[in-house]
Design a protein around this ligand. Structure first.
Ligand SMILES: C[S@@+](CC[C@H](N)C(=O)[O-])C[C@H]1O[C@@H](n2cnc3c(N)ncnc32)[C@H](O)[C@@H]1O
Length: 275
């Protein structure tokens, strides 16, 4: 049985297999991504995602292969994303109407991209970069960007943790993470995106005054996020310590949010600014 409804059909990649092997061992020693294990001499990679096998529709497939959509796809969009050489997200817009100096939002894990594209279309003077590992989602998102003729969107295939490690400090105006995988089982909590180690990367990448916006429909994760973020030096809760933010109108309903609401869940938003 699946752990939670977010996972349709997990595909094991090499890194997932490495991770699963570790899953019952020394959780406290495993922090974020790569940890050398001096006893077994192997590298552990703790992913925040599990690649899902879902149908690739015709439009998604077209966007991943038709050169017309290539302007949206920053790197190889099929297979495991290779992030080599991606160190400056502003530079991706150097030849676009907004140019490289427009404020920049990074959305992590946009899923199928509907709400990401809706936000980008609503704020045409802001640049939007989305990163995802789910190929059908990458394709669908590029298709929607192309159909609407958006010039302020770029899509990266790959692990956001790796990307954040490669970016300079004080680089991004906003980072948004909507309905991240909740990883409900206790032994899987180390895969949760919102953790002190991963928030150190998020905070480092944000400009001063930049914000991190997240939302979840899982109550345990919501209070976990509140605890991690409220106690993270360098971030300030916009709703005041101990409080969630009322749902902002600028955040469109996402697919996973709708699914959560249909299952009777509530939704919790959190917005933090970098001091
Ligand atoms: C539960 S889905 C939510 C999708 C979308 N935000 C929504 O609300 O409909 C979480 C998504 O985050 C992606 N994801 C998780 N960890 C990631 C990472 N480290 N880098 C890129 N994408 C990631 C997963 O592939 C998945 O599509």
């Amino acid at each position: 049985m699946n752990e939670h409804p977010y996972i349709d059909s997990p595909i094991k990649s090499h890194t997932d297999m490495a991770t699963d092997t570790d899953i019952n061992t020394n959780e406290s020693a495993v922090t974020d991504a790569e940890t050398s294990d001096t006893n077994t001499k192997h590298i552990r990679i703790i992913n925040t995602f599990m690649k899902r096998r879902t149908h690739m529709n015709k439009h998604a497939e077209q966007a991943l292969t038709d050169p017309k959509f290539a302007q949206y796809l920053v790197n190889n969009s099929v297979g495991d994303g290779n992030l080599e050489g991606i160190h400056d997200l502003h530079a991706l817009f150097a030849d676009s109407p907004n140019g490289r100096d427009a404020p920049l939002t990074l959305e992590i894990g946009f899923g199928l991209g509907d709400s990401f594209i809706e936000m980008a279309a609503a704020e045409p003077t802001r640049n939007f970069v989305g990163i995802e590992v789910h190929e059908p989602g990458i394709g669908k998102c590029a298709y929607m960007a192309g159909s609407q003729g958006l010039t302020n969107v770029k899509i990266i295939n790959g692990d956001a943790i790796q990307l954040l490690k490669q970016l300079p400090e004080n680089h991004l105006d906003r980072i948004q993470l909507y309905f991240p995988d909740p990883w409900q089982k206790k032994r899987h909590h180390k895969r949760r995106f919102v953790s002190p180690e991963r928030m150190a990367l998020v905070t480092r990448s944000l400009k001063q005054g930049g914000w991190f916006h997240t939302a979840t429909d899982w109550e345990h994760y919501a209070f976990w996020m509140l605890d991690v973020l409220d106690n993270f030096a360098g971030l300030t809760n916009q709703a005041g310590y101990g409080n969630f933010t009322p749902r902002p109108d600028f955040r469109p309903m996402t697919k996973f949010e709708r699914r959560g609401l249909n299952s009777g869940h509530k939704v919790w938003d959190l917005i933090y600014t970098k001091d």
